[in-house]
Write a protein that binds this ligand. Structure first.
Ligand SMILES: *Cc1c(COP(=O)(O)O)cnc(C)c1O
Length: 388
């Protein structure tokens, strides 16, 4: 019939992993035991109490009806209690919390509430692609600000041209960061909030990895910064914290108007998340901290196994104690894609080339620690025997 995709779809950036996927399938067909360290999707199961709560809730016919658009009151209360306990941030469950069908859903929809055609949205590079794509779907223009190693992978706000600042509606930040595994300092957040207020720009913070910390220092929420609630909304998710990527449950919290705008969009495009999933979410948010300590210990062990293997062949992952990613400079003489291809050809290992997250990611690759530890140990062995 020759149906043509919309300009919106045609404008999407090319899918950079297509060639890598093809090569991976080719290797598998050749009988190679491929180890995929590319995807950031926890391998461990959802903790049992969460599953039990979901099962129980599924049996209740009350939950078989349309859920509330903004999420059950009890779920929003659980979010509010969790933010108080974890970050000492007060949130009104009625006006400052909304349930999301996974945080990706909220991140993608948020610009529809505040961006008009021609408005600029400042997005980091390298980054989770949804900030840029959500902006484009809303008719906005993404402006990418590079995250550079010499700045601790924080955006240099002073480098953004005045005419961009004048047209900017939103700035996205994501710490602990995917893909670089960098974390933000409190000073950075303070500077960001005061800059955003000066220029009337919305700060949208993606805090999906706040609980994936391997040391003693816990990542903070931007809402802990004084005055943040005047300009900021934070997107959070149960996906990474509780091994719940498949359940699709998250939340957006913070400035009342920003939450309300997102709610208006959602009311018109979706009908909320299944109550049973929200009940499971409540159980997750109430889980004792010790349960998560075990998970963090696992990631810590895996990070050590992988970093020490990389060190043996002269590669150094960014020194970090947050997220389950390693961000590594490729050896000199290789592009990101070339080195990732070499890893696949010579070790049967799939990693993500840094440029897949944006131009500023060129020169790096990312390893995800979300495979069973014995597979990571095997991958580490193969890396150690690699000839560079
Ligand atoms: C995994 C991830 C999310 C969470 O996505 P969900 O839709 O909640 O599963 C959000 N932001 C970043 C940067 C991520 O890596």
């Amino acid at each position: 019939m020759g149906f043509e995709f919309s300009e919106r779809l045609k404008a999407l950036p090319p899918y950079l992993f297509a060639e890598l996927d093809r090569k991976k399938q080719e290797k598998i067909a050749q009988g190679v035991d491929v180890i995929d360290l590319g995807v950031g999707d926890p391998d461990l199961p959802t903790p049992q109490p969460i599953i039990e709560a979901g099962k129980r809730a599924m049996e209740n016919p009350e939950n078989h009806k349309y859920p509330s658009y903004v999420g059950m009151r009890s779920y929003r209360e659980a979010v509010s209690r969790w933010y108080k306990r974890r970050f000492d941030v007060e949130l009104d469950p009625d006006s400052e919390v909304i349930a999301l069908i996974g945080s990706k859903e909220g991140v993608a929809h948020f610009p529809l509430a505040f961006v008009n055609s021609g408005d600029v949205v400042i997005c980091p590079d390298p980054a989770y692609p949804v900030y840029k794509i959500g902006t484009m779907f809303a008719g906005g223009t993404p402006y990418t600000v590079p995250l550079k190693e010499e700045n601790g992978f924080l955006p240099d706000l002073g480098s953004i041209p005045q005419e961009v600042v004048d047209r900017a509606k939103i700035i996205w930040v994501n710490y602990p960061n995917n893909p670089t595994s960098a974390n933000a300092t409190e000073e950075f957040y303070r500077e960001l909030i005061s800059w955003a207020k000066r220029h009337s720009i919305i700060v949208a913070s993606d805090n999906a990895y706040s609980e994936i910390y391997l040391g003693d220092k816990k990542p903070i929420s931007i809402l802990q910064i004084e005055g943040a609630k005047d300009v900021a909304i934070e997107f959070h998710s149960l996906s990474k914290t509780y091994n719940m990527t498949g359940w699709r449950i998250g939340m957006a919290v913070g400035n009342e108007e920003l939450v309300k705008g997102l709610g208006k969009v959602k009311t018109n495009v979706d009908s909320g998340q299944f109550n049973a999933v929200q009940e499971a979410g409540i159980a997750a948010l109430n889980l004792p901290e010790e349960e998560l300590d075990k998970l963090r210990a696992t990631y810590r062990e895996r990070r050590e196994v992988m970093s020490s293997a990389l060190r043996k062949i002269g590669l150094e992952a960014l020194d970090s104690d947050v997220t389950f990613y390693l961000w590594i400079k490729v050896p000199s003489g290789y592009t990101s894609s070339e080195f990732v291809s070499k890893l696949l050809d010579e070790a049967g290992i799939v990693c993500t080339p840094g440029n897949g997250f944006g131009d500023a990611g060129e020169g790096y690759f990312r390893i995800s620690l979300t495979l069973p530890t014995d597979r990571l140990v095997e991958a580490a062995k193969r890396i150690e025997s690699l000839k560079l």
